[in-house]
Design a protein around this ligand. Structure first.
Ligand SMILES: Cc1ncc(COP(=O)(O)O)c(C=O)c1O
Length: 429
C-alpha cells in the first residue's frame, strides 16, 4: 500500500495506481507513488513523463545500468534461437556457459545450482547444507532478510508482518546481527565483535546438529548494516570449529555492489555456500547457488526446478557479467562509494536527524533518528521529497534510507543525487 504523503502524482500514474489497487495483491509494499515507464542507464521515466535519477537500481538489481545495450542485444539474439530448454531434463550449452562465466568471477568455487530468484537461491543453499551435513538446525540473524518462501522465511527475521501467522517454521535459531550503532555492548569494535560471536557460539552449542549459519555480509533489508571484520573472521573460525557450513547470502550484496564480486571478499573470508540473484541477471529473473564440488554432492533428483537455466535469463546473465568486467564496474563502485560516504559523513555533521552513515562500495545506508530513536515518519518523508525532486531511493530497516544506484554511476550523477538528498533531508530536519 502506498503511503500517500507525497504530492499527488500525475494523472496517468493515478490511473495505473487505481487499476493496480483492484488487481494486485495487497501484500506488496510501495513506499511512494512512482509508476515506471522506461529507463536507460542511470535514469528512469514515469508514465507522466517525469525523469528521475535512480539511486535504487530497481531494488539492487540493475547494477549494469538500465536497458544496457549488450544485455538487451543478447536477449534479442537468444529470443530468435529459443526461449527455454528444460535444463533440469535436457542439456544445453548456454546455461553451462553462464555457470562457467559465473565461476570465473566467483573464484575458488566449483559447482552452481541455477534458479530464478533470491529466495530460491537461499532455499537451495539451505537444502544443500542439510543434505551435505545430514543435520537439521540453522542459525540466522536478527535482523536479516533471506526471502519469503517457507525455508528462507524461517531464516528471515526483519519485520514482524513478514512472519506473522506463517509459522511453524523450519528449525532455526536467531542471534543478534552485529549492529554496532545499536549495540548493547561496550568497548572497542573488536570487543563488541567478540560479544556478538559469543551468542553465535552459544547457539552452536545449544543444538549438536547445526547444519549451517546464514549470514548477509552486509545486512540489506534490515538497514544496510556493515559488520565488523573481526566478527566475520570469527564466524568462519566458529564454523570450522563446530563443523557448521557458512552460507553467505550475497543476493543483494554480491555482483560487485561492494566493489568485490562477493561482499565476503571485503572481510577476507570465504563462505562454503553462496546464494546470488538480483544483479546477476541484468534484469532477468536468475538465481545461483554456488559451492565447492565436495559440498554440492547431492544425487540426481535431490533438487531441481523447471526454469533454472532458462535460455533468455542465461543469455542476459552472461552479457551482464561480461559488461561488469569489461566496464570495471567493481572498481567504479568502490571509487564512487568512497566519495559518497565521505560526503554523507559531512552531511551528518549538518543534519541532526542523520544518526548513522555506513556502507561499503555502493551499498550505503543512512539511519534517520530523533535523538537515537528511529524516526520512520521522517525517513518516509525524505524518500517522498527526494522522489518529488527527481531522485529515486528505497527504505531499509526501521528508518534507514538505502543508497544502491546502478554501478555505472559517475561522479557528477553521484554529486547531483546527494545534492537532492541533502535538500530533502534539510526540509525535514
Ligand atoms: C539478502 C537477500 N536475500 C534474499 C532475498 C530474496 O530475494 P527475492 O526477492 O528475489 O526472492 C533478498 C531480497 O531482497 C535479499 O535482499
Amino acid at each position: 500500500m502506498t503511503k500517500f504523503i507525497c504530492r499527488r502524482p500525475g494523472p496517468k500514474s493515478v490511473a495505473i495506481i487505481r487499476r493496480d489497487g483492484k488487481v494486485s495483491s495487497p501484500s506488496l509494499t510501495r513506499e511512494y507513488s512512482f509508476v515506471y515507464k522506461k529507463a536507460k542507464g542511470m535514469e528512469i521515466w514515469d508514465v507522466d513523463g517525469k525523469k528521475y535519477l535512480d539511486f535504487s537500481a530497481s531494488v539492487a538489481v540493475m547494477g549494469v545500468g538500465h536497458t544496457d545495450s549488450a544485455v538487451a542485444s543478447a536477449i534479442a539474439r537468444q529470443a530468435k534461437l529459443g526461449l527455454h530448454c528444460g535444463f533440469s531434463d535436457f542439456y544445453a550449452e548456454l546455461p553451462v556457459r553462464f555457470c562457467e562465466t559465473l565461476l570465473g568471477h566467483a573464484r575458488g568455487f566449483g559447482k552452481v545450482f541455477l534458479s530464478n530468484s533470491g529466495t530460491e537461491s537461499v532455499e537451495a543453499a539451505y537444502k544443500l547444507a542439510r543434505w551435505h551435513s545430514n543435520r537439521k538446525w540453522t542459525i540466522a540473524f536478527k535482523p536479516s532478510f533471506h526471502g519469503r518462501t517457507m525455508g528462507s522465511l524461517s531464516l528471515t527475521d526483519s519485520r514482524p508482518v513478514q512472519r506473522d501467522r506463517f509459522g511453524p517454521f523450519m528449525p532455526a535459531m536467531h542471534v543478534p546481527y552485529p549492529y554496532l550503532y545499536r549495540s548493547p555492548y561496550a568497548g572497542s569494535e573488536n570487543d563488541q565483535a567478540m560479544r556478538y560471536l559469543e551468542n553465535v557460539e552459544n547457539a552452536m552449542k545449544r543444538h549438536g546438529g547445526v547444519a549451517s549459519i546464514f549470514f548477509e555480509p552486509v545486512c540489506g533489508e534490515g538497514g544496510y548494516i556493515v559488520p565488523p571484520k573481526a566478527f566475520v573472521k570469527g564466524l568462519r573460525r566458529l564454523c570450522n570449529q563446530y563443523g557448521v557450513l557458512l552460507c553467505a547470502d550475497e543476493v543483494q550484496s554480491g555482483c560487485y555492489r561492494t566493489g568485490k564480486f562477493m561482499a565476503m571478499e571485503n572481510f577476507g573470508v570465504k563462505a562454503d555456500i553462496v546464494s546470488m540473484s538480483k544483479a546477476i541477471g541484468g534484469g532477468m529473473p536468475l538465481g545461483a547457488t554456488i559451492s565447492s564440488n565436495k559440498i554440492m554432492d547431492w544425487p540426481p533428483g535431490a533438487h531441481a526446478n523447471t526454469f533454472g537455466g532458462n535460455l533468455i535469463a542465461c543469455a542476459a546473465g552472461i552479457a551482464t557479467l561480461e559488461q561488469l568486467k569489461k566496464k570495471k564496474l567493481g572498481a567504479n563502485a568502490a571509487k564512487i562509494g568512497k566519495m559518497m560516504l565521505k560526503r554523507l559523513h559531512e552531511m551528518k555533521q549538518t543534519h541532526d536527524i542523520i544518526g548513522d552513515v555506513r556502507g561499503i562500495g555502493l551499498m550505503i545506508g543512512i539511519e534517520i533518528v530523533n535523538g537515537k530513536v528511529n524516526d520512520e515518519v521522517k525517513s518516509s518523508q525524505i524518500l517522498c521529497k527526494a522522489a518529488e525532486k527527481g531522485l529515486l531511493l528505497l527504505p531499509a530497516g526501521k528508518s534507514s534510507i538505502r543508497i544502491c544506484p546502478p554501478l555505472i554511476i559517475n561522479k557528477q550523477q553521484a554529486e547531483h543525487g546527494l545534492d537532492i538528498l541533502d535538500e530533502a533531508i534539510g526540509e525535514c530536519d
